[in-house]
Design a binder for this molecule. Structure first.
Ligand SMILES: *Cc1c(COP(=O)(O)O)cnc(C)c1O
Length: 233
């Protein structure tokens, strides 16, 4: 292999594990995309991943997206923002991101819409859902998701594609799996009731410690950080 860097090899391993998890779940490997979560990593680390075919990265902080977008300008790398966003940072996300996975308020949707309209641009969005109740402070209560999803229909520059969640951090797969199942049922409900008059294909669930379980529960996008880039300092 041409690019035998530590990060390149780690990505190959994760791809194999995704493939094996898909096979166990009776799913096709192309139903699941790997979104490396590159927060705190330098642009050079993203370049190592880029050399083995990764073009989209998940980032949490807007400042890091601004810096990395500038450093990596000569590549085709693009950014998905996957972390909670304050509405005063909406303009940078509208400008620099191709996808935003942590939509959790109408105010933020309005701000994004306004900036996107100015830029004449659309943004793929996922609604972040709090599947673990007490553990996470971000994301909508599952009970509020259908109404919220309906309200997004008026925003012409937002393209809602699915739901995102962080499972409860637990070593018990039954507990983690129950979080994933709850969000999957909610997504299936959006589809069967045709909320927003479009499909909701995506379920962003699973991180380094639980992505295989998430795939068994229907994930279409796994956000993997430390298993690719090593532990964050
Ligand atoms: C950091 C982060 C991840 C990746 O976490 P790892 O445990 O390092 O794989 C996934 N999703 C979000 C929202 C994150 O902030």
């Amino acid at each position: 292999m041409e690019n035998e860097t530590v990060i390149g090899c780690a990505i190959e391993t994760i791809r194999q594990r995704i493939g094996a998890a898909c096979e166990r779940a009776g799913r096709s490997a192309d139903e699941v995309r790997l979104l490396p979560a590159s927060k705190t990593q330098p642009a050079s680390a993203l370049l190592e991943a880029y050399r083995v075919g990764i073009t989209r990265f998940g980032e949490n902080r807007v400042q890091e997206v601004v810096a990395k977008a500038a450093e990596l300008e000569s590549t085709t790398i693009e950014f998905a923002v996957i972390g909670h966003l304050q509405s005063n940072k909406a303009s940078k996300v509208a400008e620099l991101a191709c996808e935003f996975q942590a939509l959790d308020s109408l105010k933020l949707a309005q701000r994004l819409e306004r900036h996107l309209a100015d830029l004449d641009k659309t943004l793929e969005v996922m609604i972040e859902v709090n599947s673990s109740a007490e553990e996470s402070k971000f994301g909508l209560d599952p009970a509020d998701v259908v109404d919220f999803a309906r309200e997004l229909e008026v925003f012409e520059h937002l393209r809602p594609i699915g739901l995102m969640t962080l499972a409860k951090p637990s070593s018990d797969p039954a507990v983690v799996g129950a979080c994933f199942d709850r969000i999957r049922r909610l997504r299936d409900d959006l589809n069967s009731r045709q909320i927003g008059s479009h499909d909701w294909p995506e379920l962003s669930m699973g991180m380094s410690n639980d992505f295989e379980l998430a795939i068994e529960h229907g994930s279409t996008c796994v956000r993997v950080g430390s298993a690719i880039f090593g532990q964050r300092s």
